[in-house]
Design a protein around this ligand. Structure first.
Ligand SMILES: [Mg+2]
Length: 273
């Protein structure tokens, strides 16, 4: 069978939302996960709230409830395990709370617009994937547009059979953009499920170590770190993302354009992801 011919260049880039293009530190979902567990009398830490980040938000709540320390705290308070019904109730709480504060975290990551302009300049189509729900994305897309960012395609986890780490959101973007082969597409995101999503889709996968969930700090907090602390935390994020299989790891979306030159060179040599 003939192999799909790739003319040796990337044709599309798929970008995550929170922690990648906007919401430096990926705060909006994290603070709401803390709040919904608090409302059930079970306090969780920001680190626990962030652990499953990238997944569909109901899947994320279920994953937090299964963290051993959280499950133990839940049993102490409720005298039983956290059930599917509890998860449904927390997810029902989550939706309005998240909608109410999303716009507060909609500022673009520094360098985002310049990077997107560079992607367009290279002729790339721009897709996007997210663990947010449809009405959350309606709101966020309007906020992003006000700030000058408008991808060509956006796919939410609820629009496909399953969210990350499964590849369907990426594949749906490829279809929407009518871009193939999949090796001519690169996926960019700030969480380990983002990296797996790209790899599972047969695409190139780039991890962003500094601006998203792995650091879990906004710009102001990062500026307050000592150089040693910053370096230690960043090194850990790079290591985790590389171990997850990312083809490349960089600090932020602003650092992505030069990586695309490297990928183009590899494609031109006949390499694939
Ligand atoms: Mg993200």
């Amino acid at each position: 069978m003939a192999r799909a011919i790739n003319k040796g260049r990337l044709k599309a880039i798929i970008l995550d939302w929170a922690g990648t293009t906007m919401d430096y530190g990926c705060y909006a979902p994290a603070v709401v996960f803390v709040e919904v567990f608090e409302r059930k009398g079970v306090p969780i830490t920001m680190a626990e709230a962030r652990e499953p980040m990238g997944a569909h938000k109901r899947v994320h709540i279920a994953a937090i409830s299964k963290i051993p320390a959280v499950a133990e705290r839940w049993r102490k308070v409720h005298g039983r395990d956290c059930t599917e019904k509890d998860i449904d109730a927390m997810f029902a709480d989550f939706i309005p709370l998240q909608l109410a504060c999303l716009a507060d975290y909609a500022d673009l990551v520094p360098g985002c617009l310049e990077a997107v302009a560079a992607f367009r300049e290279r002729g790339l189509k721009i897709g996007s994937t997210t663990g947010y729900l449809l009405d959350m994305m309606d709101l966020l897309q309007a906020e992003a547009k006000k700030r000058g960012y408008e991808p060509d395609s956006t796919v939410c986890a609820a629009q496909v059979p399953a969210g990350r780490p499964e590849p369907w959101m990426c594949l749906e973007n490829a279809k929407n953009l009518r871009v193939f082969p999949l090796a001519s597409i690169v996926k960019v995101g700030d969480t380990l499920p983002d990296i797996h999503e790209g790899l599972n889709a047969g695409m190139w996968s780039i991890g962003l170590a500094k601006t998203g969930n792995e650091m879990g700090l906004n710009l102001e907090q990062i500026e307050q770190l000592t150089p040693e602390d910053l370096e230690r935390r960043l090194a850990r994020a790079y290591e985790r993302m590389r171990a997850a299989g990312a083809h490349y790891v960089v600090d932020s979306i602003a650092d992505v354009p030069p990586v695309l030159d490297e990928i183009d060179a590899r494609l031109a040599r006949g390499e694939g992801p």
